[in-house]
Design a protein around this ligand. Structure first.
Ligand SMILES: [Mn+2]
Length: 235
């Protein structure tokens, strides 16, 4: 395979997503798996160009703010993922516990960016879930889940683990809130899995997160067309 620049990769992902989403019939749900978190910016651009022109918002689960404008000489490092996305649409990030001064300064100046730090995310009550519900209300939502947003005690198989992350239950709270209140969830990703040989539990967690989210996102679209039946209860 030819090695190309990260920008070329983003362009290719954007074009591929735009092609898939504007197909007829379009997919009921697009699931993107990584690998490198940078791909998410390309997916978001592809969605913005097709299904969700001015109605797209992004919900990000992550340990890292990923708001660097440039990192190690690249504007398309995984450390720049959310920065590239917020250039396209508003972002609500959850589970953050690694952020630089520069990123924090950038964050504080933005109305289209809400950061729920890990401490707040894990606190009892979780009032921010109501804020999340309001953020996604009536919107087309792209959910990007960096697995390092979960606690390394349950998800050690990531490139850059950080202590004090989300529990499994809290991560599902996020998915449920998004699927319950969004107008639609046309696509989501789960990224940054870096399997550890001989350790299977993290891989199973990643797989289960993918299919749980698929179920809830598809249930959302069934509800919209009035075919969810008893499934309504599970949201
Ligand atoms: Mn991360």
């Amino acid at each position: 395979m030819m090695r190309k620049s990260p920008d070329a990769m983003i362009d290719a992902v954007q074009a591929a997503v735009a092609g898939i989403m504007s197909g007829s019939p379009g997919p009921r749900l697009l699931v993107v798996l990584g690998g490198e978190h940078t791909i998410s910016a390309g997916v978001v651009r592809g969605l913005a160009a097709t299904v969700a022109a001015n109605n797209l918002v992004v919900v990000q689960i992550d340990a890292h703010a990923d708001l660097w404008d440039e990192y190690e000489g690249s504007r398309y490092s995984h450390a720049c993922a959310a920065r590239r996305i917020v250039e396209t649409c508003p972002v609500f990030q959850i589970g953050i516990r690694a952020i630089s001064q520069e990123e924090d300064r950038f964050r504080r100046g933005r109305k289209d960016l809400r950061t729920v730090f890990s401490e707040e995310a894990n606190a009892g009550g979780a009032a921010w879930l109501q804020e999340l519900a309001a953020f996604v209300q009536g919107k087309d939502v792209y959910l990007t889940m960096d697995l390092d947003g979960l606690d390394p005690s349950i998800m050690p198989a990531v490139g850059t683990p950080e202590p004090d992350g989300l529990t499994w239950a809290r991560a599902l709270d996020v998915v449920r809130t998004v699927c319950k209140h969004a107008a639609s969830v046309p696509a989501f990703d789960v990224v940054e899995l870096a399997p550890i040989g001989g350790m299977r539990a993290p891989d199973f967690l990643a797989a289960k997160l993918v299919y749980k989210t698929m179920s809830l996102a598809l249930l959302r679209s069934e509800m919209r067309v009035g075919r969810a039946g008893d499934g309504l209860q599970s949201l």
